[in-house]
Design a binder for this molecule. Structure first.
Ligand code: NAD
Ligand code: FE2
Length: 381
């Protein structure tokens, strides 16, 4: 028996934000609460959306950081209450959409107003305020997932929150909104999407439907991420990345992830490392650890990434997948060690403890101890 939850309606394709006004009219909303970070306002990406709204009233909330915090969410809740809006438009990467999800949940479930009680699987009773999500990165797929990630500044930990009540009613996956991403951001967020696809493919809860989606997401992403990164105006590659990250999200949201994400979260929470960079750096190292538990799946990953594995043993084919991931990450210019990104060696033990207690650890395909995780961090150092 398996459960599968997706957002209600999605539009795809460059220019699909044009559907926003008809959808708003059809749904009878009166005023929008736009959640978008300051950079997106500065780069004119928010304008691309508000231009479609015409004279429809809205308030904007942008008082939150990348890797959003509990305090950011509380500020958002207060701003929403004062705005007299009746739905949310989230424009941005995972940070904006996750902030919107947490605010939208608390507005309709005020008993979770402390935010921290939302960690894990919270027993909220009501659906969140309606969210229309317009992703501007091709990475987290937060527009289709039942997850959001908020940093608790007090404990220094990222809280992964899993709640079907948070899912957006409408996702508009418009690659025009992603075209302004610089190369480094395209690469990092794309590697986050690839990590979702690979971890979602090998996670303990994976099954036929999620496998169909993840193996195709791996192919779409690995076929297009180099072009999207190095030729940012290649709209075919941008659209494919927009699709690939969404497909990865459809599945991982329902089956879980693994230790790459458990180990990436503390790097974001304690050192503000971009989520995609943390994942990209750790992915081949954790894949190598997990290899004994998923050799035949790794062979299929290698094939999906364009490696010819005919004539190889299963072990060689599996290893080829790890090599293909490593090569992609290197080609994209992503840092390859924790030392390079400024993590102090003394922090590794604390990071290992955080990662071991992360919600995603339970989904790792191979049993793993805190000591194993520490070894993996040392290897990444
Ligand atoms: N909800 C989920 O299922 C899920 C999954 C994975 C990660 N996450 C979380 O999402 C967050 C990361 O999200 P992200 O990787 O999308 O990045 P982000 O939202 O943190 O954005 C990073 C930076 O990129 C900028 N940016 C975004 N789109 C841009 C564009 N089109 N052009 C130029 N600049 C742009 C933003 O302004 C910001 O400064 C983390 O907190 C992570 O833990 C959530
Ligand atoms: Fe992620």
């Amino acid at each position: 028996m398996a459960r599968f939850i997706l957002n209600e309606t999605s539009y795809f394709g460059a220019g699909s934000r044009e559907n926003l006004s008809t959808e708003i009219a059809k749904r009878g909303y009166n005023k929008a609460f736009i959640v978008a970070d300051k950079d997106l306002i500065k780069f004119g990406i928010v304008d691309l959306v508000t231009n479609v709204l015409g004279d429809f009233p809205y308030a904007i909330f942008s008082d939150f950081k990348a890797n959003p915090t509990v305090a950011n969410v509380k500020a958002g809740v207060e701003a929403y209450k004062q705005s007299e809006a009746d739905f949310i438009i989230a424009i941005g990467g995972g940070s904006a959409i996750d902030t919107a999800k947490a605010v939208a949940i608390i507005i309709n479930n005020p008993e979770f107003g402390d935010v921290v009680s939302l960690e894990g699987v919270a027993d909220t009773k009501k659906k969140c305020v309606d969210i229309i999500a317009l992703p501007t990165t091709a990475g987290t797929a937060a527009e289709v997932t039942i997850n959001y990630v908020i940093t608790d500044e007090d404990s220094g930990r990222k809280m992964v929150c899993v709640d079907p009540n948070d899912i957006p009613v409408l996702a508009i996956v418009d690659a025009d909104l992603m075209a302004t991403m610089p190369a480094g951001l395209t690469a990092a967020t794309g590697m986050d999407a690839l990590t979702h696809a690979i971890e979602g493919y090998i996670t303990k809860g994976a099954w036929e439907l999620s496998n169909i989606l993840e193996i195709n997401a791996i192919k779409i992403i690995s076929d297009n991420l180099r072009n999207a990164t190095f030729n940012g105006s290649d709209m075919y590659a941008r659209e494919q990345m927009a699709l690939g990250q969404y497909v990865a999200g459809m599945a991982f949201s329902n089956v879980g992830l693994g230790c790459v994400h458990s180990m990436a979260h503390p790097l974001g929470a304690r050192f503000d490392i971009a989520h995609g960079v943390a994942n990209a750096l750790l992915l081949p190292i954790v894949m190598e650890f997990n290899m004994v538990a998923c050799e035949s799946k790794y062979c299929r990953i290698a094939k999906a990434m364009g490696v010819n594995i005919s004539g190889m043993t299963e072990k060689e084919g599996a290893y080829a997948a790890v090599e293909a991931v490593k090569q992609l990450s290197k080609d994209l210019g992503i840092p390859q060690t924790l030392r390079e990104i400024g993590i102090p060696e003394e922090a590794l033990e604390q990071l290992a403890n955080d990662a071991y207690n992360d919600v995603c650890t339970g989904g790792n395909p191979r049993e793993i101890t805190e000591a194993d995780i520490l070894e993996l961090y040392k290897k990444a150092y």
